[in-house]
Every structure is written in structure tokens, then in C-alpha cells.
Design a binder for this molecule. Structure first.
Ligand SMILES: Cc1cc2nc3c(=O)[nH]c(=O)nc-3n(C[C@H](O)[C@H](O)[C@H](O)COP(=O)(O)OP(=O)(O)OC[C@H]3O[C@@H](n4cnc5c(N)ncnc54)[C@H](O)[C@@H]3O)c2cc1C
Length: 381
């Protein structure tokens, strides 16, 4: 079984070599101003650093780590991807804006895209030059994604898209958006949808910023008013949208983010032990959190081992993992926030608010529990 210790994920010599290379690169690549004044940078300063980070990852040879070489990736596995996320979190590296493109669009285009789409979209995406956002949720369709109402109506050699998407992360920075839309309103549920790759600067696309509880603005509502999209930008056939979306959501819940979160949780918990370890009223809570963090580490190692098996076993394990890390992070952040350590107040305030969202995105934890009860425990619907 792959081991995941508190420092790094290690299994064999190749992984150790990779870890060493990544660690050395991160030491010099992570911008000092980001590392030293995290949380204190203005929105624009922080956005500029995150934007540049996407380009740096490519130059450093760490973009598309688990992505096939044929399409410009590094051709390595999930273990290397996880190692990089772990080390990047330890090195306090920025989180770039290219995540949506690399983790969602790239696998989707490789799986279901045409040769034209692969050639057109994969290189700039991996280089961090073209940023993507996700157009799934709508005001009345989130967990019930099949209920989306955005329409794509045939028009000559393409379609006209009209509708409203919401919670579009990074819409302010994105060059393109992938959109799930209804192409055949008369077809049965799940057979009526198609997937499109849309230019965010096309006439008819507009966005309204949404400010988050932490003060940051990384969301928007995205409006489509008769936006033309060429037929060559439809992924798969008409009616394949639901199948493609479900495969993509499997990618979204993958193990790399969990690995980075594990490091963040571990380091937050260490901070709590250092600053509050002698407070008797917190002793039980800290002990319990320590045990839960160990459980998360064990589960993470298991998910990495399951990657090779792919399919259902991997998907189920990833659902469990998502519930484990998201709820643990929320409790650690709450305990830290309520511990009132003056020197760490800003840190815990940020973690407390940021952690609120993690049980909602990538499929809410209630939905994950539905999946676990049906697919892991075999309970009736
Ligand atoms: C940080 C963040 C980033 C996001 N980024 C994007 C993005 O880039 N693009 C995008 O398209 N969307 C994005 N989303 C939206 C996200 O996918 C949805 O918020 C999520 O799917 C839930 O949908 P909803 O908000 O409409 O809630 P609803 O679906 O209305 O759910 C409301 C509540 O009811 C519960 N519920 C609903 N159905 C069931 C059920 N069958 N069984 C049990 N409980 C149920 C839910 O768990 C939830 O607690 C993001 C969300 C967040 C928080």
C-alpha cells in the first residue's frame, strides 16, 4: 500500500526522485511575497500572483502531471499528482486559476472530444494560457443537475445558447466555459442534454460578480443571451451531455485536492496543539481531531492505491474521502476560530469562512452520503 506520512507521499524510488525534484523547484518558485503575506495581499495582488503561478507550473514542468504525454502532459500517475499537491501545500504555493481546466476540461476533452478539440484546447490549457470555468449550476438546478433549463437551439452550423448559470467559480478570469444545456426538451430526462465549449468573450455572454462571506469575489452569475456556439464546440453527440457531466464530476472529486487538504488540516491541527495544547478544556477535542486526521491519512493512501482499478471502486472511495476531509476541515477551523488565539486570529477567521463552502461544492455532502448509502452500503433509495 502507498504510504502517506505527515511530510510526503512515498512508495518507491521513482516517487522519491519526483518528490525531490518537486520540492527543490517549489523552494525557489513560490513567490516570497505570497508566502510571507498570505491573507494580507489585496485582491488584485493575490489574483496577479495566482495567474502567474499557472504559467510558472508549465515552465517548471509541473502542469498536467497525471496527464498523457501525447497531449502535452507529464504522463505520470495520481501518486505523483498527490505528492505535488502535498508538497505545494507545505510550501504554501498559490492555487492558480487553471485548476478547472486541468482537472475537469482536459480529461473530458481527452475522453470525449474530437481531434480538433484536443488540438485547439489542450495545449493552451496546460500552459496555463487559457483559463476555464464550469457552467453547470443554475438558480433552480444544483444537486438536481439534470433539471438545468439553459437551452441550446440549433442555428445553421451551430447553436444559440440562452440561459443563466450561477456560482461560476473564476468566471472573472476565465477565457472559456463548458456549459451543460438542453438540446431536446422533448427527450426523456438525462437524454435531453448536451455539452458545449463556449468563449466567455462571445457576444451575448455577461457576468455579475458574487461576493463571498470571506470578502473575496471568485464567483459570478453567468448569463447567455442567444450566444452562438459552433457545432465543432459540442463535446460528444447531442444527448450525451449527462453521461459526460457525470464522468466529469468523478474527476472533480479526485484524490489530489484531498491530499492538499490533508496537509492543510494536519498543519492547522499542529498549530492548535502548539498554541492550545495545554488548555484542559480543549484536550478531548484535540485528541479526537488527531484521530480523525489519521483516519483521513489512511483513507487517502487507500484511494491512491485504488486509482489503478479505476471505475466504481475508485469513485466510491473518493465520495467517502470528500465527506471525511471536508467535515474534518470544518471542525478544525471552528475549534481554531473559537480558541481565540490573538496572534492567529486572521488565519482562523479565513479558514473558518473558507471551510464553509467545502461541504457544498463538487456535490454536497448530503448527495455524497446518498451515493455512499446506495453504492457502498447497498441501501435502498
Ligand atoms: C465554493 C463553490 C464553488 C462552486 N463552483 C461552481 C462552479 O464553478 N460551477 C458550477 O456550475 N457550480 C458551482 N458551485 C455550485 C455547486 O455545485 C452547488 O452549490 C451544489 O451542487 C449544490 O446545489 P445548490 O446550491 O443549488 O443547492 P441545492 O441543490 O438546492 O441543495 C440545497 C440543500 O438540499 C440538499 N439536498 C438537495 N438534494 C438532496 C437530496 N436528493 N438528498 C439529500 N439532500 C439534498 C443539499 O445537500 C443542500 O444541503 C459551487 C459551489 C460552491 C460552494
Amino acid at each position: 500500500m502507498t504510504t502517506v506520512n505527515n511530510d510526503v507521499c512515498a512508495g518507491d524510488a521513482d516517487l522519491s526522485d519526483f518528490a525531490l525534484r518537486a520540492e527543490e523547484w517549489l523552494q525557489t518558485a513560490v513567490p516570497v511575497e505570497w508566502r510571507e503575506s498570505r491573507g494580507a495581499l489585496s485582491g488584485e495582488e493575490s489574483d496577479a500572483i495566482r495567474r502567474e503561478w499557472d504559467l510558472q507550473l508549465w515552465r517548471g514542468g509541473f502542469a498536467g502531471i497525471a496527464f498523457p504525454k501525447d497531449f502535452g502532459g507529464q504522463g505520470l500517475g495520481l501518486a505523483e499528482d498527490v505528492i505535488f499537491h502535498v508538497l505545494a501545500a507545505k510550501a504554501q504555493a498559490p492555487d492558480g486559476f487553471s485548476r478547472v481546466g486541468k482537472t475537469l476540461v482536459a480529461p473530458m476533452v481527452v475522453r470525449s472530444g474530437t481531434d480538433w478539440q484536443k488540438e485547439r484546447y489542450l495545449p493552451p490549457l496546460l500552459r496555463g494560457e487559457e483559463l476555464w470555468c464550469q457552467g453547470f449550476s443554475e438558480p433552480d438546478a444544483g444537486s438536481d443537475l439534470a433539471g438545468v433549463r439553459t437551452r441550446a437551439v440549433r442555428d445553421g452550423d451551430g447553436y444559440r445558447i440562452t440561459g443563466r448559470k450561477t456560482w461560476t467559480t473564476f468566471a472573472q478570469h476565465a477565457d472559456r466555459i463548458f456549459v451543460l444545456a438542453v438540446t431536446d426538451p422533448d427527450a426523456p430526462r438525462y437524454k435531453n442534454l448536451s455539452m458545449f465549449l463556449v468563449d466567455m468573450r462571445a457576444p451575448g455572454v455577461s457576468i455579475n460578480d458574487i461576493r463571498q462571506i470571506s470578502g473575496a469575489i471568485h464567483f459570478a452569475e453567468t448569463h447567455f443571451d442567444g450566444v452562438f456556439v459552433a457545432e465543432r464546440d459540442r463535446v460528444g453527440n447531442e444527448g450525451d451531455g449527462w453521461k459526460i457531466a457525470m464522468e466529469l464530476l468523478g474527476d472533480e472529486r479526485g484524490g489530489s485536492e484531498a491530499a492538499a487538504r490533508y496537509v492543510e488540516i494536519r498543519s492547522d491541527l499542529d498549530l492548535l496543539f502548539r498554541t492550545c495544547g495545554d488548555r484542559p478544556e480543549l484536550a478531548n477535542a484535540l485528541q479526537e481531531l488527531d484521530e480523525r486526521t489519521e483516519t483521513l491519512r489512511w483513507h487517502l493512501a487507500k484511494v491512491i492505491d485504488l486509482e489503478g482499478m479505476g471505475g466504481e471502486a475508485f469513485a466510491r472511495a473518493v465520495s467517502v474521502l470528500k465527506v471525511l476531509w471536508s467535515e474534518l476541515w470544518q471542525v478544525v477551523a471552528r475549534v481554531g476560530f473559537e480558541a481565540h488565539v490573538p496572534a492567529d486570529r486572521e488565519h482562523w477567521r479565513y479558514q473558518f469562512f473558507e471551510s464553509k463552502a467545502v461541504s457544498i461544492y463538487s456535490g454536497t455532502n448530503e448527495i455524497q452520503r446518498n451515493l455512499i448509502s446506495e453504492r457502498v452500503l447497498g441501501l435502498p433509495r
